[in-house]
Design a protein around this ligand. Structure first.
Ligand SMILES: Nc1ncnc2c1ncn2[C@@H]1O[C@H](COP(=O)(O)OP(=O)(O)OP(=O)(O)O)[C@@H](O)[C@H]1O
Length: 327
């Protein structure tokens, strides 16, 4: 049974389609990253899963129950960290957890919960307003874990955290995943979910544009590199040589520059050696690999970020005959 399963789930606000025919399956026990830029529809989707918002069309199940008709069966079995979660500054940490225990009608011992998320005993009786961001994060996680949920839904939990806080959050998520909890983790930053997610779904303008493992995403861009060669003579006459190489998908010649698009990493070195064998004098080699962040940016139409996040160009070794290209 999937932890979350949506079928053509749609939410319209007047003329705006916030979520557009979403078909999404989150498997039991996985950590699923729900990615998309601000305004993509992540919170609206989560709100429909939690029955805070009603869909315009389509349906969703959470832990096998209909998200609308059986919401009361779902809520005791899930933990939520809502977007923009904040603490009550005057209440101490333990009281926060007691409050969650009462609200959920659970019977957890607050200290056990706070042990589980690593909030040190000395801090538990202090006003949460004095907590560091990392401690607030642990407290939020502790409150969400009351009742030992099967599914944890986190809406942009990494917003506003510094790199240390993000690492702490990732450790908490990993620890929960190891206990078998399914985690649904939304973020607009791929890097924040990359280290912990088994799979990611990328949402853009309300539509799911990719669902894959991180490795799968990497594979899909794995060989997508450009090798730019500065030649001593005209590039045009050497273009057919480059085009004939396995793994080279496109070649553009301009003046003394040859740009080769390559899908097989091994072809980067072959391009150099074959061109040298064909009599070329290569003055410079530049390799540009596509980064995972830039793939994410291109999926979500953020061209500026795609450029900014592309892996830096690397200069290869000096162009001597038969030289190997360093990546
Ligand atoms: N109650 C509402 N009334 C009208 N439009 C809404 C409402 N809630 C959300 N929207 C719109 O729906 C779209 C999706 O918003 P949503 O908050 O789901 O995106 P998001 O991916 O969670 O982004 P963010 O991270 O910024 O919250 C946006 O264009 C937003 O302005």
């Amino acid at each position: 049974m999937p932890a979350i399963d949506t079928t053509a789930l749609t939410k319209e606000y007047g003329d705006l389609t916030a979520v557009d025919g979403l078909d999404l399956t989150v498997r039991e026990g996985e950590v699923f990253g729900f990615l998309g830029p601000n305004g993509a529809g992540k919170s609206t989707t989560i709100n429909m899963l939690l029955d805070f918002t009603r869909p315009t069309a389509g349906s969703a199940t959470v832990l096998g129950y209909d998200a609308q008709a059986e919401a009361d069966r779902i809520s005791p079995r899930i933990g939520i960290i809502p977007e923009g979660f904040d603490i009550y500054p005057r209440l101490d940490g333990r009281r926060h957890v007691e409050f969650a225990v009462e609200t959920k009608d659970a019977d957890d011992d607050p200290d056990d919960v706070l042990d589980r998320v690593g909030l040190e005993p000395a801090a538990r009786d202090r006003a949460a307003g004095e907590y560091s961001t990392g401690m607030r994060q642990r407290l939020a996680m502790g409150m969400a874990l009351v009742g030992d949920p099967d599914l944890l839904i986190m809406d942009e939990p990494s917003s506003g955290l510094d790199p240390h806080g993000i690492r702490e959050l990732q450790d908490l998520v990993r620890a929960e995943a190891e206990r078998g909890t399914t985690v649904f983790f939304s973020s607009h930053i791929l890097e924040h979910v990359e280290a912990v997610c088994d799979r990611v779904g990328v949402l853009n303008d309300g539509e799911l544009v990719a669902v894959d493992t991180i490795d799968g995403l990497r594979e899909s861009i794995g060989g997508e590199s450009t090798v730019g060669l500065a030649l001593a003579g005209p590039a045009e006459e050497l273009a057919p040589v480059a085009k004939s190489i396995d793994g080279v998908t496109d070649v553009a010649a301009s003046g003394r520059t040859l740009e080769c698009t390559i899908v097989d990493p091994a072809a980067k070195a072959t391009v150099v050696t074959e061109l040298v064998d064909a009599g070329a004098t290569i003055r410079d080699v530049r390799i540009r690999d596509v980064s995972l962040e830039s793939l994410f940016a291109s999926l979500t139409g953020d061209a500026d970020a795609a450029d900014a996040n592309a892996a830096p160009e690397s200069d290869a070794s000096p162009p001597t005959a038969g030289s190997e290209v360093a990546e």
